[in-house]
Design a protein around this ligand. Structure first.
Ligand SMILES: Nc1nc2c(ncn2[C@@H]2O[C@H](COP(=O)(O)OP(=O)(O)OP(=O)(O)O)[C@@H](O)[C@H]2O)c(=O)[nH]1
Ligand SMILES: [Mg+2]
Length: 278
């Protein structure tokens, strides 16, 4: 819903440029003001909105020349800036190609999921496993959540339903030990996508952050994905930063996908971290 509204407000602002008899500074400013207001209402970080506005203006100023269609230039500049805002870090400057950590079939890719309590990590782990299974990978799941009672049962139930091998323990209390044992077991078993689900934690919970760091050290993940609940809005930024300062977060996922515009992607683009499963 939020995404739809945002899209139609941006389209409306661009349509006004198309309809203007003369496209001058005033028309461009009005268009950018409308787009900026829509983005701010969608909870996008103010710094990003400010940058978007400045970059569009800069591009329009430098690209406009005799014979060039100013309306098209504005439309393209806005489109590119919005893509860059949502995709920061996803494209390399020189090749324009996705800088995503490509998972390579036949080699054991270890992917660790981290995030706040209840943000959707376990659900996203399952979606991720299912997605890559369909692409021909051989996923396996490791439950390194010893914090929440029932976490292992939840993962076990979901993995069984999706027919994905899993590992966890009811007796071991150290998540780093479980994670390492599970990852080694699946590496030996020839699995090429080993997903490590971890406990939920908040940036003020130092011990839990230390635990997350230890899990990361024990499994040496190829990729760490931060999962956040899109409805937390601007608070996503501080949390994301705390996670990224502790472990090397490389991608992020927002749940549910429909709330994606509620700032989280924008906040994350500040951290130079693209979305997974896009
Ligand atoms: N609609 C919707 N619900 C979701 C989505 N992802 C997770 N949920 C729901 O959010 C709740 C928490 O999801 P979990 O995947 O267990 O979250 P978690 O981060 O693993 O939780 P903890 O392990 O307790 O930290 C569950 O009721 C899920 O069904 C999503 O993409 N869409
Ligand atoms: Mg969980």
């Amino acid at each position: 819903m939020v995404l739809q509204e945002l899209g139609s407000q941006i389209s409306k602002a661009l349509a006004a440029v198309q309809e203007a008899t003369v496209v001058d500074e005033k028309v461009l400013d009005a268009c950018l003001k409308e787009i900026s207001t829509a983005l701010l209402q969608a909870d996008v970080n103010i710094k990003l909105v400010f940058n978007m506005r400045a970059n569009v203006k800069k591009r329009v100023d430098s690209d406009t020349g005799a014979g060039l269609n100013k309306r098209k230039i504005i439309e393209k500049a806005v489109f590119d800036e919005l893509c860059a805002m949502l995709n920061s870090g996803a494209e390399t400057k020189d090749t324009g190609k996705k800088q995503e950590k490509d998972l390579k079939k036949g080699k054991p890719n270890v992917v660790m999921f981290v995030g706040l309590q209840g943000s959707g990590k376990t659900t996203t782990c399952m979606k991720y496993a299912h997605f890559y299974k369909k692409k021909g990978f051989k996923p396996a799941m490791v439950c390194a959540d010893t914090f929440r009672a029932g976490a292992f049962d939840q993962l076990k139930q979901n993995a069984t339903k999706a027919n994905i091998p899993f590992y966890g323990s009811y007796s071991e209390t150290d998540p780093a030990v479980i994670a390492e044992t599970g990852v080694n077991k699946f590496k030996e078993g020839g699995r090429d996508l080993i997903i490590v689900d971890t406990s939920g934690r908040h940036k003020q919970e130092e011990a839990l952050f230390e635990e997350m760091r230890q899990v990361s050290v024990s499994v040496q993940p190829d990729l760490i994905i931060f999962v956040m609940d899109g409805s937390i809005g601007q608070a996503a930024f501080d949390q994301a930063k705390a996670f990224k300062d502790t472990v090397e977060v490389i991608q992020h996922a927002t749940t549910p996908f429909s709330s994606i515009s509620r700032c989280c992607l924008a906040c994350f683009s500040c951290l130079n971290c693209p979305a997974c499963l896009d």
